[in-house]
Ligand binder design. Sequence first.
Ligand SMILES: [Zn+2]
Length: 293
Amino acid sequence: MPELPEVQTIVNDLDRKIKGLTIADVWTDWPKYFKRSIGGWETFRKTVKGKKIKKIRRIGKNIIFDLLNDKKMLIHQKMTGHLLIGHWQVKNNKPIPIEKGPLAEKVNNYIHAIFWLSKNKMMGFSDLRKFGKILVADEKDFKNLEDVKNIGPDPLTPKFGFSEFKSLISKKRGPIKKILMDQNVVSGIGNIYSDEILFVAKIHPLKKTEELGDKELKAIFEAAKKILKKAVKLRGTSTSDYRDTAGKVGYYDKVRLVYRREGEKCPRNCGAAIQRLKINGRSAHFCPYCQKL
Ligand SMILES: [Zn+2]
């Protein structure tokens, strides 16, 4: 699933490529994407048609399109979704990419929704698993959406400081990896970056939040900012389906420390090999020597 760095990369790209354009029309062969939009797919289409995109931004892992007349469009890419800017021709209800190159690659060819925009631009939503979510809402309804209402602060906002982080984490009990991934505590961190952050901070993923002292919490807080910033700079991780708006891969996985490196040598050269364990059905990768319980 795309996490903060992947979603931020998409948001930066979209803001540069399609801000100020108007949505001319929308196509889908999977109306279920829009089931959380009031009135479903047909109402969604009518509402966004003719609306200008004022700004594109991120709340946690959600991509928010601020439209004219205070309408907000939300896209959550879920497991395998990614937004692409290119050109497609819809023939027999099947989109065919017009450009050669990355957009023609298989990973980018599960297009199940298309937005036609002004200036002859198009935005496609490629999504192999079809778990994505797309909705539009008025300002007042938007604020009350579950997706944004209880979401925790963004670790990359400069005003998000250590004391806030400490108080949020301390309110929750359980393994630190699970709490870091809880979107209502801190937003944007998922499976990949929680592993990386805990490795840098030298904290075992199963360590309970109530057992963490100030020094350890500070190490996690600083590692989170550092790793997330680095991953945004490298345009995210593409070990799975994630691609940017041009259909290209990110580069963080080339420098990743422990995520999906089970059995490989610890990057600190401590002599131990990276291990994997399961926490709530998710994999955690860690060094048993550098991250002691
Ligand atoms: Zn180690």
